[in-house]
Design a protein around this ligand. Structure first.
Ligand SMILES: [Cu+2]
Length: 198
């Protein structure tokens, strides 16, 4: 174990994840993310899989943090880099139904969507595959144990219109995006995938 990882254990006790993709494999930080985003941001993401995006630039701003805003690109997958995840690329086919599991542990009612995102432009490709315009992760429903199942266990259909846009690993992600309106916090999880050109 690298010595710089030791403080994370202490930090982990004080933070709790809000929600993240628990399946398929969610993009996770490694050396490339540390090089782009710096150790403080990576430590926060490791300690809290859903550390909200809005809290991260402040960590990066600290002197000597090693944060490079442009290469880190916090508003895409919270800055977690593809280079750390080349061994975890899902291979999908056009029209395939993909099950996604979200672990929701702290609710903040708001909106959410799951989309194919072009990583070069950080833009949604076409329309979101699924969206919840409001009422996602509602506190009352959550604490009553009544969160609708389809907010945490759902299927998306891989578009048949991607052409070769997502043929190369790293070109696209499936991104689960959630904004807690009252909390004013954004959560993002990414799944790397390819779809072979038809
Ligand atoms: Cu919270």
């Amino acid at each position: 174990m690298q010595p710089q990882l030791l403080p994370l254990a202490a930090l982990a006790a004080t933070v709790s994840a809000h929600g993240y993709i628990s399946s398929p494999y969610m993009r996770a930080p490694g050396n490339a993310t540390t090089a782009a985003c710096g150790q403080s941001i990576v430590a926060a993401i490791v300690a809290d899989k859903t550390s909200h995006v809005e809290g991260l630039p402040e960590l990066g701003a600290a002197a000597g943090s090693g944060y490079h805003a442009e290469s880190c690109n916090l508003w895409l997958c919270r800055g977690v880099q593809f280079a750390d995840n080349v061994a975890h690329v899902q291979k999908y086919t056009p029209g395939q139904s993909v099950n996604i599991q979200v672990a929701l542990t702290i609710p903040h009612v708001g909106s959410a969507n799951v989309s194919v995102v072009d990583t070069r432009t950080n833009e949604i490709v076409g329309e979101p595959l699924l969206s919840w315009p409001s009422g996602y992760a509602d506190e009352q429903a959550f604490y009553a144990g009544e969160t609708p199942v389809n907010q945490t266990d759902f299927n998306v259909t891989i578009p048949t219109t991607l052409g070769s846009q997502c043929a190369d690993a790293g070109a696209c992600v499936l991104q689960w995006w959630w904004y807690g309106t009252g909390a004013k916090q954004t959560y993002e999880s990414c799944v790397d995938f390819t779809v072979a050109a038809a």
